[in-house]
Design a protein around this ligand. Structure first.
Ligand code: PLP
Length: 397
């Protein structure tokens, strides 16, 4: 038998790992309500028409070649315009790298920062690839606490305690997956001050930036004076084009502290040739085009968020914070017979036929929680919540 590498074999992705037992039940003819994967396009959301049209036209007009490794110049200009408008950042197309979605940007960033043993501060709980990819590149993901009772805001004192001489960067995911937290401006300023004190760059995942309910997203890129910030965004969430696999990253680095890291990222970009060429034409149409579709989609999501929040708040044995952004809710299992959140999720799957993701799959801070999406229409959420409520009442006697 040929051995696979330990670093590949140790990768876990909780969101998709729970699909296997669900598939077994489906094979037996049991209908499962899947609230595990954060893909709006599996529900009643689609990329806007003008983006779909631009994608098709790009293919028909022959834009099917290898493009530049850093990405199409016109797209990078469109990104600069968008980011200046949204975040007021002073960047040029040279500061932008187009990627195969945020996931590839993460690979580039960790690939460029980690030799072996470096620590990356990540929120606890956190979107799983932050743990998986940091480890894959030989680094150590170190979770800083986020405070559930305060709507999952980062705990700056804990962040400070987690900094060592091996710390290489601080990652911020805002709005957050899995908690739905939207970070306060004051908190972001404190993170920037802390990063400045220790000469650390900030990695800012802004994939859900326009997907907020009550408040508005603030980017650390818009607040920094000297601390380098690497911002990531893409088409997957606010443009509802998950399957197109297109995103970008850019550097807000007034003192050019990231010069070598940028060079390394350029090398990683060249070795993988280029991002998807026709999808970049669609991205230009999206970034420069109307955003009115988002208003309609956000109204739908808000209705669904309000519904699931109300039902889970009233559910016996469960408590929850109200998500302020993205499309996830991260309730706490307050009481019941389960020894772990995974045991809870499997019990719910087998007996209530609803699929959630166990909180510990999101690393530290996720224990005895679970994550649900609220992307499906209210009648589907209603059926899922009815099943869960009946199940909870049975289990709690
Ligand atoms: N970052 C966060 C916080 C996410 O929740 C997700 C997907 O769920 C991604 C990145 C992945 O984004 P992309 O589709 O751009 O790779």
């Amino acid at each position: 038998m040929i051995k696979a590498s330990k670093r590949a074999m140790s990768i876990e992705y909780a969101i998709r790992d729970v699909v296997l037992p669900a598939r077994e039940l489906e094979k037996q003819g049991i209908k499962i309500i899947k609230l595990n994967i954060g893909d709006p396009v599996k529900f009643d959301f689609q990329p806007p028409e003008h983006m779909k049209k631009a994608y098709c036209e790009a293919i028909m007009e022959g834009h099917n070649y290898y493009g530049d490794s850093e990405g199409d110049r016109e797209l990078r200009e469109a990104i600069v315009e968008r980011e200046k408008k949204k975040n007021g950042v002073d960047i040029t197309p040279e500061d932008v790298q187009v990627t195969a979605a945020v996931t590839e940007a993460l690979q580039f960033i960790f690939g460029a920062l980690i030799d072996g043993g470096e620590e990356i501060l990540i929120p606890g709980p956190s979107y799983p690839p932050y743990v998986g990819l940091v480890k894959f590149y030989g680094g150590v993901p170190k979770a800083y606490r986020t405070i559930e009772e305060e709507g999952w805001q980062p705990d700056i004192d804990d962040m400070r305690k987690k900094i060592t001489d091996k710390t290489k960067a601080i990652a911020v995911i805002n709005p957050n997956n899995p908690t739905g937290a939207l970070y306060e401006k004051k908190t972001l300023k404190e993170i920037i001050d802390l990063a400045g004190e220790y000469d650390l760059p900030i990695i800012s995942d802004e994939i859900y930036d326009l997907m907020t309910y009550e408040g508005k997203h603030v980017s650390p890129g818009s607040l920094t004076k000297d601390v380098p910030v690497i911002v990531m965004n893409g088409l997957s969430k606010i443009y509802f084009a998950t399957g197109w696999r297109l995103g970008y990253m850019y550097f807000v680095d007034p003192e050019n502290k990231l010069a070598e890291v940028r060079e390394a990222i350029g090398k990683l970009a060249r070795i993988r040739i280029c991002p998807n060429t026709p999808a970049q034409k669609a991205a230009i149409a999206g970034l420069r085009g109307p955003m009115d579709y988002l208003e309609e989609y956000m109204a739908k999501l808000k209705e669904r968020r309000d519904y699931i929040y109300k039902r889970l708040s009233e559910m016996p044995g469960i408590s929850t914070q109200k998500p302020q952004g993205a499309f996830y809710i991260f309730p706490k299992i307050e009481e019941g017979p389960w020894k772990s959140d995974k045991e809870f999720v499997l019990d719910v799957l087998h007996n209530a036929h609803v699929l959630f993701v166990h909180g510990s799959g999101f690393g530290e801070g996720g224990e005895m929680h679970f994550r649900s999406i609220f992307l499906p229409p209210v009648p589907v959420l209603e059926e899922a919540m009815d099943n869960l409520e009946k199940f909870m009442k049975e289990r709690l006697g």
